[in-house]
Design a protein. Structure first.
Length: 211
């Protein structure tokens, strides 16, 4: 079961809360809102990759959207005098927001990530970026796992798959340190996947962290 079920999806409502928090009874409105949330999350994650954004929560009211951005480097998003926040609001309105609705309010909250190495998304992004630059995958993974354990995690598992080091045949490699109880629902297991586009093709990076 640990290989087939998303560890975070398995624990939603028990250990984790939903990343999108709102309710619409209208099926069409529900569909459009869900697609809008996915677009907002993807675009902001790509736009603020330099600030190491790990998670984006979206809360909706009738005339209000609240986006909570968790970042390792919050100062790079806020900018001088909060100019960066205004740019993000305009970005959401122009790209995603309902342009016909002038009364739609957008509120942004920037939350700092105090222990980035306990975030699976941050670790997977870090490993992927170093693989793209051509670093040795074993040294990168072992270094990342050591930092995760030093941050206070019970265990970490990292899996990469693809044409590793430019090999002709793709393969998968798994690395463990500590314990990762993927089937124990009460355990805080964070999971993330991140693609690394290397010279020889995509290498997928998966990270499990037991906090």
């Amino acid at each position: 079961m640990g290989q087939k079920v998303d560890p975070k999806g398995l624990r939603i409502g028990i250990v984790y809360n939903w990343n999108s928090r709102w309710y619409f009874s209208n099926k069409k409105l529900f569909k459009d809102t869900l697609i809008s949330d996915i677009k907002i999350r993807r675009k902001l994650l790509n736009k603020f990759a330099f600030a190491s954004v790990t998670q984006i929560d979206i809360e909706r009211a009738i005339k209000k959207i609240t986006a909570i951005i968790y970042s390792v480097k919050p100062g790079m998003i806020i900018g001088r005098g909060g100019k960066g926040l205004e740019d993000v609001k305009k970005y959401i309105v122009n790209e995603i927001g309902n342009k016909k609705d002038k009364e739609l309010k957008i509120e942004l909250k920037i939350e700092p990530v105090k222990k980035p190495y306990l975030s699976a998304y941050f670790v997977s992004q870090l490993v992927a970026e170093k693989l793209i630059k051509g670093f040795s995958h074993r040294s990168v993974i072992h270094q990342a796992m050591n930092r995760v354990i030093e941050a206070g995690a019970k265990g970490v598992k990292i899996q990469i798959g693809g044409r590793i080091n430019g090999a002709e045949i793709s393969r998968r490699e798994k690395y463990f340190q500590g314990t990762i109880p993927t089937s124990t629902i009460r355990e805080l297991v964070d999971f993330s996947r991140y693609p690394a586009l290397t010279k020889s093709g995509y290498v997928g990076v998966k990270v499990w962290i037991c906090r």
